[in-house]
Design a protein around this ligand. Structure first.
Ligand SMILES: Nc1ncnc2c1ncn2[C@@H]1O[C@H](COP(=O)(O)OP(=O)(O)OP(=O)(O)O)[C@@H](O)[C@H]1O
Ligand SMILES: Nc1ncnc2c1ncn2[C@@H]1O[C@H](COP(=O)(O)OP(=O)(O)OP(=O)(O)O)[C@@H](O)[C@H]1O
Ligand SMILES: [Mg+2]
Ligand SMILES: [Mg+2]
Lengths: 227, 227
């Protein structure tokens, strides 16, 4: 499903080169539940942005469903980002002037869904993250963790086959965090693929496999015994 | 030092009233180290913004150094915010077009420090959070946790007597998070006051007292035995 081969991402700043990824080769099969861990600045978000087709690598290749992403045209990429992948950003990336409901509706607007069905689906997604009472609030009228949950609802609303979540519980207390992990578990149990960046071991424990990144390289890749 | 009496914060949205705080009365003495915990949306950031003189209550009173904050004029409030209080925002609040170094210098610019000394102090603050190699990066050229650490350096640069940190380790791996807690410990050991919002019990364990907030009210207030 997801295969990267010697993936590099280099940022050039003046005379300095920063290698955020220095040759990452990983394979993730359909239906896997993978946690990505590692120190701050080690390259986790960079890797997630590449897997999510939100950025292009400097070197190396990335195959999604056995197709080279670099060879896809914009329409194909947009279709994959909208229909197949749900992305929870580390910094939420909500539209500041839109309500929580409208933010969650966005992927369905791009998918061309009629407005009545769209609103109903968006309300259901907000209910899953327990934010029904905040549907009409704009992001600056929500708490930090509530914004994060709106970003999670938006990533789930289009029933993605691949969920990419970058630190989805960073601003949540453990009870709310566990409720969100319960929502992810149901998505995974339905046969979908989940890749989750986290720095919290108790959140990584929900995954079946844990990849550790350090300085832009894969340091460890451990599957948990089936329990 | 910090005393709130029956503090309320109410947001009016159309016909709806949201009581983010419903009568909070707490006392924090100089030199204490307090953790504030509670579910997402319970009112922690609202309370921190009031204690940090960044917002005004709807009802009740707030005394800082035994002076009623509501009776202070703008100059006095600005002096307190700049000289006495260091604030780490849950959402970092960095200037997007300024480098990490310039963001950390900001409180010193307001304090009127000459530029050579200012740059030196800002570099020292960045060194404390291990970001010397990223001083020339703008926020969008930094990882999530690196941005958080720039926000921490900016809050510490003016040697505040009160540090208010809202979820300072939400985006940090445990090793980096513990290093930041080490920096806070040194600030506290020098006799300063620390108030820390966190949802991570291992971070709250650094504090000597833990206040739990639920639905805008104080639910629990526990001091750890001196150890
Ligand atoms: N400007 C606003 N207008 C309306 N409601 C608001 C506004 N700001 C905050 N709220 C509401 O007030 C409540 C408390 O918000 P606050 O940010 O203090 O929570 P919190 O405890 O910091 O949560 P978190 O742990 O998720 O950061 C939330 O339910 C939120 O929806
Ligand atoms: N646009 C950019 N220009 C220059 N350097 C960048 C840019 N974006 C990221 N970096 C650098 O690349 C490295 C990896 O960043 P990345 O965001 O992937 O880290 P991360 O593992 O997600 O960290 P965190 O856990 O703190 O979120 C960091 O050291 C960062 O400073
Ligand atoms: Mg990141
Ligand atoms: Mg908050």
């Amino acid at each position: 499903l997801i295969e990267t081969r010697d993936l590099w991402k280099t940022y050039v700043m003046g005379s300095e080169e920063i290698h955020a990824l220095q040759g990452v080769s990983i394979q993730i099969m359909r239906g896997e539940y993978v946690a990505i861990m590692g120190p701050s600045g080690s390259g986790k978000s960079t890797l997630m942005n590449l897997i999510g087709c939100l950025d292009t690598p400097s070197r190396g290749s990335y195959l999604l469903n056995e197709k080279e992403v670099a060879a896809m045209n914009d329409d194909e990429l947009a279709r994959i980002r909208n229909q197949e992948i749900g992305f929870v950003f580390q910094t939420f990336n909500l539209l500041p002037r839109a309500t929580a409901l409208h933010n969650v509706e966005l992927p369905l607007i791009y998918a061309g869904m009629p407005s009545k069905e769209r609103q109903e689906r968006a309300r259901q997604a907000l209910e899953k993250v327990e934010l029904t009472s905040r549907a009409s609030h704009r992001p600056n009228e929500l708490s930090g963790g509530q914004r994060q949950r709106v970003a999670i609802a938006r990533a789930l609303v289009n029933d993605p086959s691949i969920l990419l979540a970058d630190e989805p519980t960073g601003n949540l207390d453990s009870k709310t965090g566990n409720e969100i992990m319960g929502v992810f578990e149901r998505l995974h149990a339905a046969g979908n693929t989940i890749v989750l960046v986290t720095h919290e071991p108790e959140i990584a424990a929900y995954a079946h496999r844990s990849i550790s990144i350090r300085d832009g390289l894969v340091e460890k890749d451990v599957r948990r015994e089936a329990d």
